[in-house]
Design a protein around this ligand. Structure first.
Ligand code: ADP
Ligand code: MG
Length: 399
């Protein structure tokens, strides 16, 4: 893969950068600017080299047309503060305003194009439509730097197609993410423990098949756990359950036994009356969840068990909260796992936190990010990497 250094002298050159600025918003207030901060090394490197930097990114899920609710204006403001230079926001994606904004840039200045998903061609399944947006983007720049790790698993115009029409290089963030994830996939230091949780159960089951040939221990918590408990023949009450995945999970349990992979499931569950912050709740055995209760966290004995399986690991990957950590009463399991990762890291383990909500949990529960080896900015992308899937936004840079 070409890096920014391989692009040669960038002074006065227009460089298009795909960043991931898909930050959580409350109205127009950015509630977590982690992804903007993560984009800074590449942008600073380019402005420092005297490039005229043109950034493209998406925010939320607009429906292929302009929608003020998803304007990148708040991002432009925050990015300007963090970079210490004004960021010139174009009013459109590749229209008159974008062209004028880019043309007015001086060396070392930064333009931000409006939300790329205001243009329906960005996510089109039709190759020619994406290619036509890529051509429009390419007309605004002399080179392309791919740095939106959160989208490299997407075959989209600003991620994949544009890299085929401009001299293209990998950005600092994507480089760092890929190096970190490689440490977990290519000859990981052992024991290698993987902790999976969260609520996107069917999305995440796919990664398990691959991990069963790689990891030594697989710890399952969060909403995912109930499909496993059901596969073992237990009742799960009103808990999150993907009934159509029970057979798949049974297969995983069999394969794990054959491969000598230890699957660690919770022995106790915090069961609530309802999905609410102030719901009455009690700790019950994992194989005795009452029919009218909903499991919202792993129990305290399980938290201890999980921690013991994490602290002496040499490689730990964690994706997905152990419970509904947004409600304090159900944050215990997530807190214990985060602490165990910090402890393992302090003892020399290599630890990765992946997944938007998991990274947010680490921050909102007050952990110092420096306690982890790597906090990934891309949930889906990091999972697909761990699954061993081809990531179009990466492989296009390798060809
Ligand atoms: P990530 O973004 O880290 O990949 P997900 O998006 O898969 O994680 O899931 C995060 C969400 O999972 C959190 O909002 C959390 O409240 C929820 N969650 C965790 N455990 C449970 C549970 N037992 N029941 C319902 N939701 C859960
Ligand atoms: Mg999530």
């Amino acid at each position: 893969m070409k890096t920014i250094d391989d692009l040669g002298d960038l002074r006065g050159k227009r460089v298009l950068v795909r960043s991931d600025f898909n930050v959580p918003l409350d109205g127009t207030t950015i509630t977590d600017d982690g992804r903007i901060r993560a984009a800074l090394p590449t942008l600073k490197k380019l402005t420092g080299a005297g490039a005229r930097v043109v950034v493209t990114a998406h925010l939320g899920r607009p429906k292929g047309e302009p929608d003020a609710k998803y304007s990148l204006a708040p991002v432009a403001g925050r990015l300007g503060e963090l970079l210490g230079v004004p960021v010139h926001l174009a009013k459109d994606v590749v229209g008159d305003s974008a062209r004028e904004t880019v043309a007015s840039l001086a060396d070392g200045e930064v333009a931000l194009l409006e939300n790329i998903r205001f243009d329906a061609r960005e996510t089109s399944k039709v190759d020619d439509e994406r290619a036509s947006l890529a051509t429009d983007l390419a007309s605004l720049a002399d080179a392309f730097v791919s740095d939106g790790f959160g989208v490299v698993h997407r075959k989209q115009a600003s991620v994949y197609d544009v890299a085929r029409v401009l001299p293209a290089a990998v950005g600092e963030l994507v480089l760092k993410e890929v190096d970190s994830l490689k440490r977990a996939t290519e000859e990981p230091a052992r024991p290698y423990a993987v902790v999976l949780g969260g609520s996107k159960v069917s999305d995440k089951l796919g990664v398990i098949a691959n991990l069963l040939t790689k990891a030594d221990r697989l710890l399952i918590g969060g909403g995912m756990v109930f499909t496993f408990l059901a596969a073992q023949g237990h009742q799960v009450g009103k808990s999150l359950l993907e009934a159509d995945q029970i057979d798949t999970v049974k297969g995983y349990l069999d394969d794990a036994e054959k491969n000598g992979v230890e699957i660690v499931l919770p022995t106790d569950i915090v069961a609530a009356d309802s999905f609410a912050a102030d719901s009455p709740h009690e700790v019950v055995a994992a194989d005795a969840i009452p029919a009218d209760k909903i499991g919202l966290d792993i129990g305290p004995a399980s938290a201890e068990l999980f921690a013991s399986k994490i602290v002496d690991a040499r490689t730990v990957v964690w994706n997905g909260p152990m419970g509904v950590f947004e409600f304090d009463a159900f944050a215990g399991g997530t807190r214990a796992v985060a602490q165990a990762l910090v402890d393992a890291t302090a003892q020399g383990a290599f630890s990765i936190v992946g997944g938007g909500d998991s990274a947010a949990a680490v921050r909102t529960l007050g952990f110092d990010e420096a306690g982890f080896s790597h906090i990934s900015t891309g949930g889906g992308a990091s999972l697909e990497f761990l699954e061993g899937k081809d990531l179009p936004g990466i492989s296009v840079l390798e060809s």
